[in-house]
Ligand binder design. Sequence first.
Ligand SMILES: Nc1ncnc2c1ncn2[C@@H]1O[C@H](COP(=O)(O)OP(=O)(O)OP(=O)(O)O)[C@@H](O)[C@H]1O
Ligand SMILES: [Mg+2]
Length: 286
Amino acid sequence: MESSHGTIAIPAKCNDCPVKTRQIMERIKQALEKARQERQIHNGGIPGAQGREPVTEINYSQTRTVTVPDDTLRDNRIITGLNPGAFTDAYKLLRTQILQRLNENNWNVLAITSPGNGEGKTLTAINLAISLAMEIDYTVLLVDANLNHPWMLELFGIPQGKGLSDYLLDDVPLAELLIQPSRIEHLALLPAGRPLENSAEMLNSPKMANLVSDMKARYARRIIIFDLPPVLTSADALSFSPLVDAALLVVEDGKTQKQELERAIELLSGTNLLGTVLNKAPLKKN
Ligand SMILES: Nc1ncnc2c1ncn2[C@@H]1O[C@H](COP(=O)(O)OP(=O)(O)OP(=O)(O)O)[C@@H](O)[C@H]1O
Ligand SMILES: [Mg+2]
């Protein structure tokens, strides 16, 4: 699939991936509009602008190292540098293109989303983050922004615990929440934390805007990647998208419908779209 933004194909490693949902647009539009209005009221419409509370002490270097089992990574298709091949190469190509676009624009906050469920957002976010972290100059903070349905830690084989929602609701210090997966240097994970019902509102809250703007400003060589829910099935991705520099849209080969992709691009029209990732594409034979 080609788009005006450019597409990178990520090969499939299996053919049995689930077929899932369609959109409930009206509900999303209403929730989105409500979230936008609330943010404008709270924040003058500019993330991180005047009137915001300061973020107290984010110390990214005090991360807790957690051992991640090799076989879990392998079973969940997480790249480690120990398993070269077309799959890993596709993420390296994606990394190169993303880095170019980020650097050209002086951006460092990237969201990963897709039109629907199960199209490969989380795996793309993880493997892109690891590819970027392999670049000597960069550190990467990968945030599970699926506050309603946290999943990222499962893929690393790490038990769910506190995370972003606990920071947003209970002021749990970030230093207590960040995790450094063993042997993946330069990568820190911020888990989602306890599941929340009102995730769209939390992602659009002044406290969240404040956190993102602090993360963005603190280190020039840090890239922050947010793994988001789908654009078409909840208001979360759209209510959060004004806070990021750019977004990457994952589409699943043979599953994502053309209209779904078009609708997602239309809804994200206020966001800098870096391109699309064609996920689970058949491996090209040489
Ligand atoms: N390139 C790929 N090849 C094979 N399987 C893949 C690929 N990308 C993702 N998968 C598999 O597809 C399933 C869904 O992937 P993932 O959890 O990343 O999707 P998602 O878009 O984040 O889902 P959700 O909408 O539930 O957040 C997982 O089992 C994952 O391992
Ligand atoms: Mg996901």
